[in-house]
Design a protein. Structure first.
Lengths: 110, 110
DNA sequence: TATTCTCATCTCGACTATCTAGAGGAGAGC
DNA sequence: GCTCTCCTCTAGATAGTCGAGATGAGAATA
């Protein structure tokens, strides 16, 4: 019943990841769970999408990864939002609002 | 200042086309203009995206094309929404609402 | 001790929508 | 005759995502 992370809102995975990390640093597996839970199962995150996204975001300087131990003493790579990432999230959120508003105008036209 | 039709709302071009044709049958060029105008310049439609979309939608049986003369007496391919297309538009619109609501929950999390 | 379960990271090949960058043609106006 | 606008359409490339895994390590169970 739950969808892939793409579908109609393709291109928003980066924004979801940035937003999730804005709350607190987290490892990949945890980010995937958090997105799935917060969206109430609407978005299911695929590792084949998630890890390329991490590379993309880290290369852009928006997140920074660091190896640590998870709460269960397992090794995990914790990602944290950088200052640039915070700005990027803000910009992307604004852009998202702009585009959904425009799409709403189209869908409501008579 | 205006974006491509993709970006954050990638995957919604089909829905925009279906919705535009739900108002009245129209030719490709006109659809592109209509989308650009209704979105107030937020979405700029690229022929390289639009015409593949027409093929896709017609092959799926959601729209049907027919050669006619435009108001300016030029030959143009007018597309009309089929009954199946109408159902598809409804489903896709509902899905869009579901996904944007889920994304809103993520963006508003604290 | 051996096995299994869950946590957790990561890769590879393929697909598909979209983009860039055009070509081509036909009616209208000068 | 020339140019402008309308209008359709194509080819090649790109990029994000998907499906289907492999890999490994700690915890729990037998």
């Amino acid at each position: 019943m739950s969808d892939k992370v793409s579908g109609l809102v393709q291109g928003t995975l980066d924004m979801m990841v940035l937003k999730t990390l804005a709350l607190e640093p987290m490892h990949g597996y945890g980010i995937a769970l958090r997105i799935e839970q917060t969206s109430r199962g609407v978005f299911r995150v695929n590792p084949g999408s998630l890890f390329p996204a991490f590379r993309r975001l880290e290369r852009a300087g928006w997140i920074k990864g660091e190896w640590r131990r998870s709460e269960n003493h397992r090794r995990a790579k914790y990602y944290a939002l950088t200052e640039r990432g915070r700005k990027r999230l803000k910009a992307e959120t604004a852009e998202w609002g702009r585009q959904t508003a425009a799409l709403a105008r189209i869908l409501e036209a008579t």
